[in-house]
Design a protein around this ligand. Sequence first.
Ligand code: FAD
Length: 313
Amino acid sequence: MAEVLVLVDHVDGEVKKVTTELLTAARRIGEPAAVWVGDGADSGRARLAEYGAEKVYVAPAELNDYVVAPTAELLAKLAGEASAAAILVSATAANKEIAGRTAVKLGSGVLTDVVDIDAGLLAEHSVFGGATVTHAKVRSGVPVVAVRPNSVPPAPAEGAAVLEQVSVEISDAAKSAKVVERVAQEKGARPELTEAAIVVSGGRGVGSDDFSVVEALADSLGAAVGASRAAVDSGWYPNQFQVGQTGKTVSPNLYVALGISGAIQHRAGMQTSKNIVAVNKDPEAPIFELADFGVVGDLHTVAPQLTEEITKR
Ligand code: FAD
């Protein structure tokens, strides 16, 4: 069976949930082989095995000294050597760039914002800012597929996860953009926004930088907190929590929009959520067009009631 390369997302040796989703999707296509760049593969190995990775290619941390290009060179090299059936990466901004560069090197094609993929490599992907889905297939070469987090339910399956050290000669061109500093984001008690199963977001309707009404509901649900650009631009919430075209893309099982009108640029980042609940005092707000469940009312009244009910259970 041909190998399917899966680029691992990890932080300090901890494998992110999206990688378990990619491994699950990879098993439909062929034999999953994880690609680990940097240190910590020993600690992450067990989780990769749990989701069916037969091999783990481990590349030196030096690749991360440069911006994306060396990882693309690595993936292209491994795909050639292993005659891979496909390469799967998570659809983050950096990985989408890696996907594009890798596809160019392989003379193949790239599919981004994929929300599902079948054994025949027919991909369903979200286009026009999430306004519609299309089906597409790469017609030549090794397809490079960027899959959105929370699109494929992860299912365990035992794999051997045999570690294999690999290296790549980093080209001078790839060395032209060097990482000069890394600033760790504050790790709060809440789940990471792009990985969370539930997201509660607040918009201009929150009315001030007091986001406690949003945070309280999020905490009662074990959810991540998001924000619209209007809220971020007003300085009410930090910009790493912005959801939308120029912010993060989320695809949780449940997305709760509090005081968000539903502008196309906001939808672009949350439209593929499985269930959408909106609270807005304007019955004509466009968010209600895509909400599965809508409450017309003041969020400062509705959200605390919801929080109270959920906390009681
Ligand atoms: P508004 O549109 O002002 O809506 C506020 C809503 O709250 C209204 O519907 C109102 O009825 C409701 N409301 C008010 N008070 C209450 C209350 N007490 N209770 C309940 N409801 C209440 N936006 C993003 O979010 N993310 C992006 O990534 C993004 N990228 C952009 C990129 C570009 C190039 C451009 C041009 C715009 C972008 N925007 C983005 C901005 C986007 O167009 C909207 O302006 C923004 O999403 C509006 O945010 P909002 O819904 O919070 O505010």
